[in-house]
Design a protein around this ligand. Structure first.
Ligand code: HEC
Ligand code: HEC
Length: 290
């Protein structure tokens, strides 16, 4: 029996320069649009059942055919995320490129996407140094205030860990679509695991933290850390967090460190986006192994 795949109507297609769209059409549209080519997957029966599921899942997270239903900020975020998934090698899915080698992106394709996303960059350059000073003062204030404040737990019972700022920095990334800077930290167990090349899987007790700040650029182009946005944690315990891929997820937003999520199901959102990195124990950041 043939798995059910239909192409619902296109409400508003992705609006980007032609060369960018060609790349997405060629490599992503079979799973992320309502223009799935209904012939290619027939060739790989019995894998087609799996593929039908991939198209369903792919469309639900990102659908270039319903582009008009996203706000301009969400459109930018989805594009940024797409380029990120591609450069990290998570997309297109390797099970797909095996059967469909033409969908693989060339280094030139990747360059086109990166250049495009770079040009979408928000200009966060403050007009004057007094604004930079004010932002710095604000972030210093919150750092101090946080020590005294009692932070409520995340809906899945995970407590805030104030100490992360003292951990070693594993990497920093800039998110050009919204002008934020991300710093990824690891606790001692995580750092030891990196040194011993034991990160697949990561050992129990390893904790990774990702903090996001506004990025501020002064007139000389120096980039520094602006206001705090949020911090996220992934705590490894393969037994305790069995139902969430062995990781305990939590997120605390705004300088007031408000726990994110209405209920414990917020972790579904985290897992979904980290899913393409399954082979890397669901971790995006690839620390440089010395
Ligand atoms: C064979 C199907 C397939 C192809 C082709 C494919 N993807 Fe995906 N994509 C998925 C699936 C399935 C998911 C959901 C996560 C998972 O289960 O791995 C996903 C998730 C994503 C996500 C996360 C969406 C979210 O917010 O939940 C992004 C971004 C993404 N893909 C971008 C791309 C880009 C860009 C391309 C082309 C270069 C691409 N994908 C090609 C199947 C595919
Ligand atoms: C829209 C996709 C997306 C969602 C949703 C998401 N993440 Fe991530 N996460 C990423 C990406 C991409 C990185 C890699 C670092 C970067 O570029 O920002 C990352 C990195 C991380 C890291 C650092 C370790 C690593 O994997 O590199 C932590 C910790 C983390 N995320 C926690 C969470 C938590 C907790 C949630 C849910 C509340 C969550 N993430 C939801 C995309 C996502």
């Amino acid at each position: 029996m043939r798995p059910e795949i239909t192409n619902p109507p296109i409400t508003g297609d992705l609006q980007v320069p032609h060369e960018v769209q060609t790349i997405f059409k060629n490599s992503c549209y079979d799973c992320h649009s309502n223009e799935t080519n209904l012939t290619w997957y027939d060739k790989i029966v019995p894998a087609s059942w799996l593929v039908a599921q991939h198209i369903k899942d792919g469309r639900s997270g990102l659908n270039f055919s319903n582009w008009d239903q996203l706000s301009p900020a969400d459109q930018k975020a989805k594009l940024w995320e797409s380029v990120n998934q591609v450069t990290l090698g998570a997309m297109p899915l390797s099970s797909y490129t095996l059967a469909h080698p033409k969908a693989k992106l060339s280094p030139q394709d990747i360059k086109v996407l990166k250049d495009y996303i770079w040009n979408l960059r928000v200009n966060n350059m403050p007009q004057d140094t007094s604004k930079i000073k004010a932002l710095k003062a604000q972030s210093d204030y919150f750092k101090k205030a946080e020590v005294q404040a009692e932070v409520p737990k995340a809906p899945n019972g995970i407590a805030y860990i104030a100490d992360y700022k003292n951990w070693a920095v594993i990497s920093t990334t800039q998110r050009v679509d919204n002008g934020t800077m991300r710093i990824i930290y690891g606790n001692d167990i995580a750092i030891k695991a990196i040194k011993n090349k034991q990160i697949s899987p990561w050992p129990d007790g390893a904790i990774l933290a990702k903090a996001a700040y506004d990025e501020i650029e002064d007139a000389e182009g120096n980039i520094s850390q602006g206001a705090f946005k949020q911090v996220e944690f992934m705590i490894k315990d393969h037994n305790k967090y069995k139902t969430t891929n062995g990781w305990g997820f939590s997120r605390f937003k705004t300088p007031q460190l408000e726990p994110y999520g209405k209920n414990a199901d917020f972790t579904i959102e985290c897992m979904r986006c980290h899913q393409p990195m399954e082979k890397n124990d669901h971790v995006f950041t690839l620390p440089i192994l010395q």
